[in-house]
Design a protein around this ligand. Structure first.
Ligand code: SAM
Length: 211
């Protein structure tokens, strides 16, 4: 279902300089309409963010593709995602052969996505909690992707990154953020690159916004 729409979306991503073939292949395969409320199904392959209920959104496909490409992952890499939401970003990563650990703070969203992943046999480890403090148990991670906007870079996430690993996080105020890509060059040595201008829902937690 919607195969030609997915192909058109992938062509649009290519036109916007998404070149990683593993990312593009995952976008061809993962059925975004299944991650949305039924009433929005026909909008699934437009390159826009859409509501998923409980005041949250599924990110714009370009943003998902861009952030995934920035992680520069190899098959078998271990990634921590903060903000499971609909599960679409996690499913893209799983499809690329990545081992995914994902944290969501809102119970209703977590419970719904967990049930959906079980039904669809999407193999990712999901947890309910505050992702701003990471998930130490399975650290270090080759990549950490934060899918909500943060006022600053959570120290816990930098700590839980493997050497050579990358953290992709939108940082800014509540209306616009700069996508910040941090590479852990060595213990306590980080390089940073910044790409304006993105808009995400707020990252709420101990090392994020208060509410
Ligand atoms: N990655 C998601 C997807 O593919 O649908 C999009 C996520 S949505 C833009 C951001 C999500 O981050 C929301 O579901 C929100 O509840 C969650 N969130 C906000 N603060 C969080 C935190 N501290 N820990 C975990 N999840 C958080």
């Amino acid at each position: 279902m919607f195969e030609s729409e997915r192909k058109e979306l992938v062509d649009k991503l290519k036109a916007r300089k998404i070149t990683d073939k593993h990312v593009l292949e995952a976008f061809l395969k993962v059925e975004r309409h299944l991650f949305l409320p039924k009433a929005l199904e026909t909008h699934a392959y437009r390159d826009v963010a859409l509501p998923i209920g409980f005041g949250q959104t599924i990110s714009q496909p370009f943003t998902v593709a861009f952030m995934t490409q920035e992680l520069q992952l190899k098959k078998g890499a271990k990634v921590l995602e903060i903000g499971t939401g609909s599960g679409y970003q996690a499913a893209i990563l799983v499809n690329m052969g990545i081992r995914v650990f994902s944290i969501e703070r809102q119970f209703d969203i977590y419970a719904r996505t967990r049930k959906f992943f079980d039904e669809m046999q999407i193999n990712a480890l999901l947890k309910l909690g505050d992702g701003t403090i990471g998930w130490e148990e399975f650290s270090p991670y080759d990549g950490i992707i934060v899918t909500a906007g943060s006022p600053s870079i959570p120290i816990s996430l930098k700590k839980q990154l493997a050497i050579g690993g990358r953290l992709v996080i939108p940082v800014g105020d509540r209306s616009t953020q700069i996508l910040t890509v941090i590479t852990k060059e060595d213990e306590n040595v980080f390089s940073q690159k910044e790409i304006p201008a993105f808009t995400f829902v707020p990252l709420i937690g101990r090392e994020g916004w208060d509410s």
